[in-house]
Structures are given as structure tokens and as C-alpha cells.
Design a protein around this ligand. Structure first.
Ligand SMILES: [Zn+2]
Length: 433
């Protein structure tokens, strides 16, 4: 039985006191949906009682029945990846009665773990039998959350010049994304609305949508921010017999130029997805992070003329439809405003409401102008010499109000004349006076 342990003279990590034990992996065929069910024990050493506490879980991954033959039950790969981060942070070794693909085992134990453990976490062991990898699939897929990043990937790969990298399928998975972020909307409402939106968008895009489900969050509770790359790879590996290539839309921050594993357990897993997906990729499956070289603003520019994006782009964390006021909605709206593309998204967002609050929205942009997500939008607004933005930044409105209050209307109008727009404050005030 191959085992892995980290050997590093400088390394001070601790041995893991707990373990996950994968007892079995079974394919259950259904008329409309099929699932793989993993019988897994979570064995935790109770320090006070000095005994092991065993929790047994039946973790499933479900897909439409037409995809039954692609569900992987012969290898434990997906479930090892699923528990990997939690194991590192909470000290769980991994054992399995189901074999693991030898290429993935090699990549994780020889390439990934030595680098991760060196930078934090427990020195975990993976005790599994290995077996030759399963035959490769042929499909090229990506997730469809209907966010900016995902539409950017779709636009880029729908008609990719290299045919073998063109998208063939879209997916929506339930592997932890519908969490407390949606507490105001309600997790179930967020889930149902996301699936409904994905169905409509996929129909318009013209690709089959694979809707899957899982109860992975029953196994352990962990911040989705820290673990989303692992759970996304889990969903891909559960259907590895389908995929040849899977595109994972990066988050809009440049984690390639700024790659680091320092304190990786305390950060968004996107920060080191370059290494993760390199190691989860094998000769039969390529996981690609797409768009990591682009700013969110550049992505919005790319998708702003794509009809499905103009109808189904979704960014909100407060409501099941775009509220137009939360930071994520405003991020998109301000970028579209800077690009002069707001009207294309009318219906998907309440553009009239945005325009009514434009001054307040621009003040928000100015406040955020040094942050990675807003800086390119601010710079675009400055480049196009947006008069309202300049007026706010130059404190013109305050001076204008003072002049009006003093009855110096002519001087006030002269002050704002260089910034004149159709909804000129000066004209309104003069007309009302
Ligand atoms: Zn919102």
C-alpha cells in the first residue's frame, strides 16, 4: 500500500491526529437522475476523552440519468480532493478502500502536498491503493453561474479557434456555493433561481446544461472562500469520464503575477489555484483557470455585447435578482457606465434607478478607486472625462451650492459651465430659483 509523508528538514508541521476513511463508492442508477454515493467515516480524536469519535456520512453526487455512464465509482479521486483542504487545516489523514488513479495520486503527493504543507497545515498521509487512470473523456465544460467571470469564459471558448478546446457542455453544481453569503435571499431561493437562470442562459447559448446536486456540506463545514477550488474540482472529477478539459473561471484578481502560498490556509483558494489545477490535471483531464490575466473591467468589456450576458448577468448577493445597490451590482453597473453600455443591460438591471442615483454611485466609485476591482473602472471614467465625476472630485458642487445660497447665481452657473451635462444641477437650481 503506497503511503505518503512529507520529508523536509526545515518543516515543523504536525502529524495529523484524525482521519477520513472512504469505505465504498457505489453507483446508484435512477430513471431521471443517477448518483455516486460515498460511504465515508470522519474519525476525530477526542483529546479530553482520549478516544476516537466516528461520524459516518453518505456523501452523494447526482447527475441527470443520461450522464450515468460518466459518473466515476471506480476511483476515489474526487473524494480525496474534496477532503484535502479540510484535512490539511484540521489534521485528517486519508484512507480509502477504493483505489485512486495513480497519476492524480502522484501529482497530489509528490507535487502538491510538499509545497502546501511547507506553508502550513498538518503533515497528512494519504493511504490508498493506486490503479491506472480511467480512459479520458471528450467533452469541454465550464460552470455557468451567470457572473462576469463565467460569461467571459463562455464568450472566449464558445468558438475558440482551436476546435478541441471549444465548449461542449455547461454545468451548474451544488457543492457549497449556496451558503451564508445568500442568507438575506435564502439559500434555497438562491439555489433555485441560479438553476433557473442557468437553464435559460444555456438554452440561449445553445449548449447542453448539466445540473448536478450534492450534499458535500454534510461532511464538514468550511468557508467556501477557502475551499471552492477543491469542491469545484470534486464535481469535475465525479464525472471525469465525460471531461477532457474543464475551464474554471478565475475570480478577476491576478493571482498568477502575485502567486504565493504564504499563509494559504487563511486565504481564498483562488490565490493558489494555478498550482492546484496544475496538480489536479493529468494526461487524461486538463483543468484550466481562465481569465486570470484579465481585470474584471476587461471581462465586463468583453461580455457587454454578448446577448445572453446582457439578459442573464447576475451579480447580487442581497437578492435573487440584481438589486443594483450592493457592492457587486454597483461594481458591474459602474463598469458598464464607464463603457457606455448601460442601456444594453436594461431589464437585467434597473438602469433608470442607477441613473437616478448616479451621483451617489460615483461617490462610491471615488471611495473605492484604489481597490483592484474598481480602479480600472475609475480610470476609464477619468479617461472619458466624465463630467459628473470630475465635478464631484473637484468639489465644484459644494462651491456651487455655497454660491447659490449666497444668491450669486451668475457666478454659480459660470463655475459649473465647464462640466455641463443634460441634467445640469446649475440649470435646475437656476430654473427653480
Ligand atoms: Zn445587488
Amino acid at each position: 500500500m503506497p503511503t505518503h509523508t512529507i520529508q523536509d528538514a526545515d518543516h515543523m508541521s504536525k502529524a495529523a491526529p484524525n482521519k477520513f476513511v472512504i469505505n465504498s463508492l457505489v453507483l446508484k442508477k435512477g430513471k431521471t437522475k443517477s448518483r455516486v454515493v460515498c460511504d465515508i467515516d470522519k474519525v476525530t480524536f477526542n483529546k479530553r476523552k482520549r478516544e476516537n469519535v466516528v461520524e459516518n456520512h453518505k456523501i452523494f453526487f447526482e447527475a441527470p440519468a443520461e450522464y450515468t455512464k460518466y459518473l466515476v465509482h471506480e476511483r476515489c479521486d474526487a473524494f480525496v480532493v474534496l477532503v484535502l483542504r479540510y484535512s490539511l487545516s484540521h489534521g485528517y489523514n486519508i484512507e480509502s478502500a477504493v483505489p485512486m488513479s495513480e497519476d492524480l495520486y502522484f501529482n497530489i503527493t509528490e507535487r502538491l502536498l510538499p509545497n502546501l504543507v511547507k506553508n502550513g497545515g498538518y503533515d497528512i498521509l494519504i493511504n490508498v491503493e493506486t490503479a491506472p487512470p480511467l480512459p479520458p473523456g471528450t467533452a469541454v465544460g465550464t460552470g455557468i453561474s451567470c457572473g462576469v467571470d463565467c460569461f467571459n469564459t463562455i464568450v472566449r471558448f464558445l468558438d475558440h479557434p482551436i476546435e478541441s478546446y471549444r465548449l461542449t457542455h455547461l454545468c451548474i453544481n451544488n457543492v457549497g456555493a449556496f451558503n451564508s453569503v445568500y442568507r438575506r435571499v435564502g439559500k434555497q431561493v438562491a439555489h433555485d433561481e441560479s438553476y433557473r437562470r442557468a437553464e435559460m442562459a444555456a438554452k440561449e447559448i445553445g449548449l447542453p446544461l448539466i445540473e448536478t446536486d450534492s450534499n458535500v456540506t454534510d461532511l464538514y463545514v468550511e468557508s467556501h472562500l477557502y475551499s471552492h477550488n477543491y469542491s469545484s474540482a470534486f464535481a469535475v472529477l465525479c464525472m471525469k469520464k465525460l471531461w477532457r478539459c474543464y475551464l474554471y473561471s478565475s475570480s478577476g484578481e491576478d493571482f498568477v503575477s502575485n502567486f504565493t502560498l504564504k499563509n494559504y490556509l487563511s486565504h481564498d483558494s483562488s490565490r493558489y489555484e494555478l498550482l492546484l489545477y496544475s496538480c489536479f490535471s493529468t494526461s487524461s483531464l486538463t483543468l484550466i483557470t481562465e481569465g486570470d490575466y484579465m481585470s474584471r473591467f476587461e471581462k465586463i468589456e468583453r461580455i457587454s455585447d454578448y446577448p445572453p450576458a446582457t439578459k442573464y448577468l447576475y451579480s447580487c448577493v442581497l437578492k435573487d435578482k440584481n438589486c443594483g445597490r450592493c457592492s457587486k451590482c454597483l461594481r458591474n453597473l459602474l463598469a458598464l457606465d464607464a463603457l457606455g453600455k448601460l442601456d444594453r443591460f436594461d431589464g437585467d438591471y434597473d438602469i433608470a434607478a442607477y441613473r437616478n442615483r448616479r451621483e451617489r454611485n460615483l461617490r462610491y466609485l471615488i471611495k473605492k478607486k484604489e481597490t483592484e476591482f474598481f480602479k480600472p473602472t475609475y480610470e476609464a471614467m477619468v479617461r472619458k472625462k466624465d463630467k459628473d465625476l470630475l465635478m464631484i472630485e473637484n468639489g465644484v458642487k459644494r462651491r456651487y451650492e455655497r454660491l447659490c445660497a449666497a444668491g450669486s447665481y451668475a457666478e454659480a452657473v459660470e463655475l459649473v459651465a465647464p462640466y455641463a451635462t443634460s441634467d445640469l444641477w446649475a440649470a435646475r437650481r437656476v430654473a427653480l430659483s
